[in-house]
Design a protein around this ligand. Structure first.
Ligand code: OGA
Ligand code: MN
Length: 295
């Protein structure tokens, strides 16, 4: 039996009483999955994990994305192909220099987002694991998009119910001042369409937003952007958010179908923050899912 301690009025819990480095029985995983669906964001603390154990635990939740690097290739840390490097360390093991490409690209994580909404089949959840953490700052902040959706006025809910949004990583990185794609990457990175209101399989609706959300299909560009900005501002009010202060050996999992997140600043040219992320794929594009459910 695991213990689940809710730490915020609407979401986020700490799970105790399980060693996630070991294979889990179906019963134990079912308990964790229930906690995940109830709380949307979970932390497991004091879990020393190898890369492979991190990957194996993640695979319980579904198939993992292979990591692609969208930025211009430079020498990178050698990690298994299912791990995204969220650290500020370069391939020599030293802190990245201020002009490092990966540092510049990862700065985009400071803007509220959801992982992989710019892919046709987006992410179900992400699992981020820390081995080294800075002495101050560097929190990951989460927003509960179910609670935010519930709190919208009814006329807003009616207005947005059927909308479809185009998501693009080129767009979100441009917002963060990054525009250094190779031509090949640019053609590979065609935008994807996602619903704006997601029905989560655990039974609640959620706003589905991200920094990647570029325009509302069928709306004039400016009006779509204003709507997306207004909804994002609404959904990231302090009452809907939780900021996680990391300890080494924390493993966090968040549900990309019903939360947003962003990283907070820290002294990143003098202190080390070493983390890796796995990303679990959803089954189907969200617009296709809605069409299939309506049929
Ligand atoms: C991510 C991410 C935030 C952080 O790993 O997807 O956005 O705090 N990370 O590093
Ligand atoms: Mn992210």
């Amino acid at each position: 039996m695991i213990t689940v301690e809710r730490k915020h009025p609407t979401f986020f819990a700490e799970v105790k009483g399980v060693d996630i480095s070991k294979p889990l029985s179906p019963e134990l995983f079912a308990e964790i999955l229930t906690a995940f669906h109830d709380n949307a964001v979970l932390v497991f603390r004091d879990q020393p994990l190898t890369h492979q154990q991190h990957i194996d635990f993640s695979t319980n939740f579904g198939p993992l994305f292979e990591v692609t690097n969208y930025h211009r290739k430079e020498k990178e840390r050698a990690l298994p192909s299912k791990l995204t490097d969220i650290s500020n360390i370069d391939h020599t093991g030293a802190i990245q220099s201020g002009d490092n490409h990966q540092r510049h690209f990862n700065l985009g994580n400071r803007i509220w987002h959801t992982d992989n909404t710019f892919k046709h089949v987006p992410a179900r959840c992400s699992l981020l694991y820390a081995t080294e953490v800075p002495s101050s700052g560097g929190e990951t902040e989460f927003a509960d998009m179910r609670a935010a959706y519930d709190a919208l006025p009814q006329d807003r809910k009616d207005e947005i119910e059927e909308l479809v949004v185009e998501h693009s990583i080129v767009y979100s990185r441009q917002r963060a001042g990054y525009d250094d794609y190779t031509d090949g990457a640019r053609t590979e990175l065609q935008p994807a369409q996602q619903v704006l209101v997601r029905y989560h399989p655990a039974g609640r609706k959620a706003l589905y937003l991200a920094s990647h959300a570029a325009r509302v299909i069928g709306w004039p560009e400016a009006e779509g952007r204003v709507l997306l900005d207004e909804l994002t501002e609404f959904a990231t009010q302090v009452k809907f958010t939780y900021a996680h202060r990391w300890r080494a050996h924390d493993l966090m999992i968040w549900d990309n179908r019903c939360t947003m997140h962003r990283s907070r600043p820290y002294p990143d040219t003098t202190e080390r923050r070493v983390m890796q992320r796995t990303t679990v794929s959803d089954e189907i594009n969200s617009v296709e899912r809605r069409a299939a459910e309506a049929a």
